[in-house]
Design a protein around this ligand. Structure first.
Ligand SMILES: NC(=O)c1ccc[n+]([C@@H]2O[C@H](COP(=O)([O-])OP(=O)(O)OC[C@H]3O[C@@H](n4cnc5c(N)ncnc54)[C@H](OP(=O)(O)O)[C@@H]3O)[C@@H](O)[C@H]2O)c1
Length: 304
């Protein structure tokens, strides 16, 4: 990917070719904050020297690390690769940011929790990841907290976008081809549209740039409002889809997780309490249903 640059970028986004990274670049541009996005080809975060060179290259106002190994099931078979990116890569970014005294915003996940709670997880609740991916992301968070001075660790969940492959685009793909879908109904979480998250992150960065002394550094949860099951989410996606195109699917059957075995275990109840981000930054993402409806508008709007 070509480096994506404004003339005098103030914010560096690592992992900018991914689902969140792409929308984040767009949001920064819309908001008038000049940004540089680097993909894995330009800045491989597993290479300490490359990360140092990228972070030292300008007096950044903030660095956002969206780079991650996100193949949750594949990680079970290749833990080394997951830890190299999610733990060691995060450590390289945090070290470079501390050396240059640059604030770091690092993305993490609801999968740091085991999902046994029945009240929404708060930031200080104990992490007990149940998968390689979850453990690698947790250790990445810890590396950032240990190494980086000014940092915001932002945990999010169940991301989807109009572009790329994700739960929403996969459900629509299947709904065009199959009469019946089976979707687990015992996993709960907070679906989050990447555009909504990107807007929240831009608000955080604006505060970092404009009044860094007043920033309450630390760990925050930021995801779509409310929560739902995978099954109810799939139903909502198909209902939105029906309004816009002919879908073949007629039934969406709820199934328990053990009918649909995957290599990695998922937390059954990964619901995040986002009140802290609201109190500290005045940020609350729209309810997940609103995010989904707006994302579907975008998906079905022909681009010029
Ligand atoms: N997706 C979700 O549902 C979800 C949920 C909770 C939290 N999160 C977190 O949110 C963040 C963004 O996720 P996402 O869904 O946007 O992920 P994504 O679409 O998989 O994008 C991740 C990006 O990281 C890049 N990357 C991978 N290895 C790299 C390396 N060694 N050096 C530099 N870049 C590297 C990838 O580039 P290449 O494609 O070139 O390899 C890709 O562009 C991640 O921290 C993720 O853990 C995601």
């Amino acid at each position: 990917m070509e480096p994506s640059a404004d003339l005098h970028p103030r914010v560096l986004v690592l992992g900018s070719g991914g689902m969140l990274g792409r929308d984040l670049l767009r949001r920064f541009r819309d908001s008038g904050i000049p940004v540089l996005g680097l993909g894995s080809g330009e800045c491989d975060i597993t290479r300490r020297d490359r990360v140092a060179a990228c972070v030292e290259s300008r007096p950044w106002g903030a660095v956002i690390n969206c780079a991650a190994y996100t193949a949750v099931d594949r990680a079970e078979a290749e833990p080394g690769a997951a830890f190299r990116v999610n733990r060691d890569g995060a450590a390289h970014v945090a070290e470079a940011c501390r050396r240059e005294n640059v604030p770091l915003i690092h993305l993490s996940t609801d999968y740091v929790f085991d999902g046994q709670s029945r009240v929404p997880y708060r930031e200080e609740d104990p992490a007990r990841p149940v998968s390689v991916y979850g453990r690698s992301k947790w250790e990445g968070e810890e590396a950032v907290r240990d190494r980086s001075g000014k940092h915001l660790v932002v945990r999010t969940a169940w991301l989807y976008a109009a572009h790329g492959q994700n739960f929403v685009t996969s459900v629509l793909h299947l709904a065009r081809r199959r009469k019946e879908l089976r979707v687990v109904d015992d996993q709960f979480g907070c679906p989050t549209w990447t555009e909504d998250l990107a807007e929240g992150l831009v608000s955080m960065v604006r505060k970092v740039l404009e009044s860094p002394k007043g920033v309450p550094w630390g760990t925050y949860h930021l995801c779509g409002g409310g929560f739902t099951s995978r099954h109810a989410f799939a139903r909502a996606i198909v209902e939105e889809g029906y309004r816009r195109e002919h879908l073949v699917v007629g039934r969406i059957l709820p199934v328990p997780t053990d009918h649909y075995p995957t290599a990695a275990r998922r937390p059954p109840w990964a619901v995040l309490d986002c009140q802290k981000a609201n109190n500290a930054f005045g940020i609350a993402l729209p309810p997940w249903q609103t995010g989904l409806a707006r994302m579907m508008e975008e998906l079905y709007t022909p681009t010029a």
